[in-house]
Every structure is written in C-alpha cells, then in structure tokens.
Ligand binder design. Structure first.
Ligand SMILES: [Zn+2]
Length: 622
C-alpha cells in the first residue's frame, strides 16, 4: 500500500505493523508539570512519518495539544536521527530510517499547564494528582488504522501514588506499572487517574461486572462522598442496566477528580469516564445539583457514542477530519438519556428535572442566533463552536446540539408513546439500537437512515421529515412541542427556578435571559446581550460594564430590584455603562418583572413526562 503526503511518497512498509510499539511514560516529575515518554518503534529502512494525535474522538475537534510537546528526539541506538515537522501538517514528523536499523526510539516531554479560562486539555495534573491521557505523549506511524496498531504501555508514578484505569494491568512493581498490550484506539480511550489521595466505591450488585467510582482529590477530606450520593450512583448503574439491557464494557470506572488544579470536563470512554469537577462540588449544594447529570451523561456514552458511533465521527485514525453532522444524536440523545437517568436514579427529583427542562427550553427559545444558524449547523460547526467564548453566545449560538436536542428527543419519546398508546417508548429504542456485541469494546457505526429505520420499526411515522423540520429550521423559536406532547407547557413567573439559581450561584453570573436579555458578571461586565431583547435594543452589548442602575451603584441584587419594581412603574430602567472608558446612560423599556421559566401541567392531557422520569428499578428489584 502506498500513501501520499504532498509531493512525497511514503511506503507504509517502513513500519513493521505486527510488532507492538513500546510506550513508557515517566510521571515521576509530574509535580513540576512535566511528563517524560519513550516510545520504541519497530521499523524498516526508508522514510518514516509519525503522527501526533490531532482529532480526539471524545472532543470532536482537531485539538490534540501538540503545542505542549517538548524535547522531541529520535535515536537509532546511540545515534540521533534528524527529524522535520511537515510544512503543512503540524501533527506530522518526517524522518528517514538508516539502513540496517530495525528500531527507532523517540523521546519526548509533555508540558502540563494550569486550568485557564478556555479549553485546555493540557491542564491534567497538579502537585499531588494527575490524569494520564495517552494521546498527549503518543506518536504513531502513518498509514495504519489505529485499531490495528498495538501498543505495549507502561507507566511509572511518583512513589506512594495510587492509580485507577480500565486498562488491564499485566504487572506492577512498586510505582512501575505494566499494562497488557492494547490497540492504540483503546489505549487513547483509557485514561489513567493517579494521585496521593484516592478512594474506591463499588457500585455494581453482586454477580454484575465491576462498575466502580474512583474518587481522587488534592486533599483527603474531599474523598468523603456522602452515602446517599453513593446510593444514587448505585441506582444509576441499575437503571442503566434496565434501560439499555446490554453492556459494551468489561468493567467500568467513573474516574472522578475533585480538584481546582485540572481543567473541568466530562469525557466519555468505552470503559470509563474522565469526570473532573471543582474540589468543593460535592459539599456545595448548588454545585452538586448541577453535577447531577454528569455521570448519567458520560455513562450513557458507553452505549451512545462509543459502541454506536455516527459514521462521520468514526474515522480510522486520529488525523482524518471528523464530520459532526450527527452530533445531535451522539451528544444530544446522550444529553436526553442522561437527563432521564438522572431522574430515574434519584440524582434529580421530578421537580428538579422539570425545572432543568424549563431552563433549557427558555434559554434556547431566547437564542437570537437561531434566526440565521440552524441546529444542524451547530453540529456541523462543532469543531469551531466548542472553542468560542461566552460573549455573543446567543447571537452566534454555541454547541446547542447538546441542550436543544433534549427537547427534540423528548418529543420523539412522547410521539412514540402517543402513536403506540404508551406501549412503546425511547426505552425500546435503547434496547434495540444498542443491542449486540457485549463485553470488550467495539465500535458499530450508523447513519441517519439507520436511526430513522429503527424508530419506524418501533412506531410508524415520517421520522426523516420530523428530524429535518426541527434540525434545519431558522425561522422559529425553540422546539417546544415535546414539552406539550408530554403533558406540560413552558411558563414564566417570578418564582425562582431552582436550577437557574444553582447555575448563577456556581458561575457567579446573573442570568437575565428571559427578562431583559442579559447575562452579567458580579462586577457588572456584560457577558451576553441578546439582540431583539430590551437591554440590547437600548444600546447595551457584550464587553461593556454596567456601573449604575437607576442611580445606584451596580450590583446583581440592585438590577434584580430594578427589574421587579419596573413591573408596576411606567419609568424605564436607567443603566449607566462604562464602554472602554466612556460612560453612557441607557434606558431599558421593560415592565414584565422577573421572569423565571417553569413547566406547568397541561390540563386534560396524559402526563408522559412523569412516566419517562419515573424510576424503573423498584419494579424490577425485590
Ligand atoms: Zn457527551
């Protein structure tokens, strides 16, 4: 097989594909935020191209952090080999293997950073904890699918550190761990969590495959997970078994890191999830409430996204661009199923789940950008939207294929129930679509047509038009018909929305989306202003700073008071704004008071939503 790179031709025979590539990671200097790695490639004489992973499966983006690669060197025995980064593809390194050389050793360092205001996957370690993402220290030969490249991985940790991972361990001597040989595809899918302070909580019932919560933090006190939360996670494992009736993992690890020193994320893998939240998340009631959907979402990905993956996201290696067109299924359906499982496992009450759906619906219904950018486009453009800043979020739109799809999949669920007299539902879809190979991870790809035909087999309907109408629309509000079809309606009143209050408490923002159309930091900095809504129409925009409200010094409480009292007064709300040094007054013509979103029961309709959110385990378990 011959592959082409620009005007040069490389023979894949330069690499000996059937011999494992050794990768040895030395994390003993991780407290200084440096990782060392050595890789040994079996090779033949001739030109060789090695890739640094670029498109990461769980990121849906070309964001492999190559900028933090340092001290890259290649050796044939003691002889150093020259290398050259490709002129166009920054993720490709070219070298020539000398005659009679059968092994090339690469050595490299990876520089760990601290979490910043934007996405930074290099922020993966601190003074006494660290999550190894193998793609950050890895090179692999061009020309072979990553499923066919076998690696022999090993890792040396700082003395006394514990670790957890879904990778099978072959051997351990003190801090030196050797893992069983594994395909590059699965290696990159298997992070290793390690640190000084760690606790393990089993979640599965006796006789079930191991499913456990592995908690790590910078301090021992943070590992005291309340028993009722462990009980809810046990119920999650049980409810997922009842919903999916299949498993595509040998065992499963929720790798939870409670730390302010790593980037916050939830990243899905076949047999684990890399879940990182702030250290106080479990002890802060608001933060814990907002975390309720994290495990149900990431766990659901083991079925939706990992086992069943859209064709455009299942590329043969990490260099080929991905197509995000079905992210409204990969992420959107996962978000819906995650919300369902959060309720069924008791992580959210039915009331909190309805408040969550109301908030999603309200936020999306006030998206100014939906008049020019379809939901489908947010999925297609995911690779740029993930990295967009919060300013102008409403007009630009962000990765709305997560939240807006919750409304669409709720409508699918309610529609199936209506068409089948409540005999069938999305539960049936889960049991059919994710059935098949059990145990060791595999990927089964699908297309839009497969989704449509599975749904048609459950309830006859024009599902293709159903989805296209909602995905391609640019001239209407959020798709709210799922809420009404399931027996509820979106309403606004001055009672607080519990989920919105929690969001504001954790983020430190004031969210006035559904009243004057602003999102504001505590210091008055405007994060977002929604075109078409009163604040924007008065002349206020992102990056301005509100300094006074009706003649009083700005505070979020002062603005809330002004909005409330404007309901009974004809006067406009007067806002003084500092716009890069120029002070200007704006008059907001708004008199509807506080408007927080909620769901209200629609009289004389069937309450499908309550049925969807109801726990199932009680009926199945003695
Ligand atoms: Zn996800």
């Amino acid at each position: 097989m011959i592959l082409f790179c620009g005007s040069l031709t490389y023979a894949t025979e330069t690499i000996a594909p059937h011999n494992p590539i050794k990768i040895a990671v030395d994390a003993t200097q991780v407290m200084q935020r440096i990782l060392h790695a050595k890789l040994v490639f079996p090779v033949h004489t001739g030109p060789l191209t090695l890739y640094y992973p670029k498109w990461m499966p769980a990121d849906h983006s070309p964001d492999g952090p190559i900028w933090n690669l340092a001290n890259l060197r290649f050796f044939a025995g003691s002889r150093e080999i020259a290398w050259r980064q490709d002129d166009v593809d920054m993720y490709a390194f070219n070298l020539v293997v000398p005659e009679r050389v059968t092994l090339i050793e690469a050595s490299l360092d990876f520089l760990i950073s601290a979490p910043g205001p934007t996405i930074d996957f290099s922020a993966s370690g601190g003074a006494n904890l660290f999550i190894l993402m193998w793609n950050q220290v890895c090179l692999y030969p061009k020309g072979l699918p990553v499923a066919d490249i076998v690696f022999d991985p090993s890792l040396t940790l700082p003395s006394g550190w514990k670790f957890s991972t879904s990778l099978p361990v072959k051997d351990q001597t003190g801090p030196a761990i050797t893992f069983a040989p594994v395909s590059l595809e699965l290696l990159v899918d298997s992070p290793v969590q390690s640190g000084e302070f760690m606790r393990v909580f089993p979640l599965n019932a006796a006789g079930e495959p191991l499913q456990e919560l592995d908690v790590m933090s910078d301090d021992a006190w943070a590992l005291d997970i309340p028993p009722e939360l462990i009980d809810q996670y046990k119920r999650l494992v049980k409810e997922a078994r009842i919903l999916y009736r299949s498993r595509h993992f040998r065992d499963y690890h929720f790798l939870l890191t409670l730390s302010d020193n790593v980037m916050e994320l939830g990243q899905e893998h076949h047999e684990s999830s890399d879940d990182r939240v702030k250290q106080r998340t479990i002890v802060d009631p608001s933060a814990r409430l907002l975390m309720a959907g994290l495990f149900p979402h990431e766990f659901s990905h083991s079925w939706n996204g990992q086992y069943r993956r859209p064709e455009g996201l299942a590329t043969p290696d990490f260099q080929q661009p991905m197509k995000g067109e079905l992210l409204w299924v990969y992420e959107g359906l996962t978000e819906y199923l995650g919300a369902v499982l959060a309720a069924r496992s008791g992580l959210l009450s039915a009331v909190q789940s309805r408040e969550h759906i109301a908030l999603v619906a309200s936020t999306l219904d006030h998206r100014a950008g939906r008049h020019w950018r379809s939901l489908q486009n947010t999925a297609n453009a995911a690779q740029i939207l993930y990295f967009s800043v919060p300013e102008w979020q409403s007009y630009r739109r962000g990765t709305d294929f997560y939240t807006e799809s919750v409304l669409i999949w709720l409508e699918v669920d309610a529609t199936i129930r209506k068409l089948t007299n409540n005999r069938k539902s999305m539960d049936d879809f889960c049991q059919i679509f994710y059935a098949g190979h059990e145990g060791e991870p595999v990927i089964e790809t699908y297309k839009f047509e497969d989704l449509v035909s599975t749904l048609t087999g459950i309830a006859r309907n024009d599902w293709a038009s159903f989805f296209r109408d909602r995905l391609d629309a640019t001239d209407q509000g959020a798709p709210l018909r799922g809420i009404t079809a399931s027996g509820w309606q979106l309403v606004y009143n001055d009672a607080p929305n519990e989920m919105l209050e929690a969001e504001d408490s954790v983020s430190g923002l004031g969210d006035f989306t559904s009243s004057i159309g602003l999102r504001i930091k505590q210091d008055g900095s405007v994060v977002d202003a929604i075109p078409g809504m009163p604040a924007f129409e008065s002349g206020i925009g992102p990056y301005m700073k509100i300094v006074a409200v009706n003649g009083h010094q700005f505070s979020l409480d002062e603005l809330k008071r002004a909005i409330r009292s404007a309901k009974s007064e004809p006067a406009k709300i007067l806002i003084d704004v500092n716009n890069v040094g120029r002070i200007k007054s704006h008059a907001i013509d708004y008199h509807e008071g506080s408007r927080a979103p909620h769901l209200d029961r629609l009289k004389d309709t069937i309450d499908y939503l309550d049925e969807i959110l109801r726990p199932r385990a009680v009926a199945h378990e003695p």
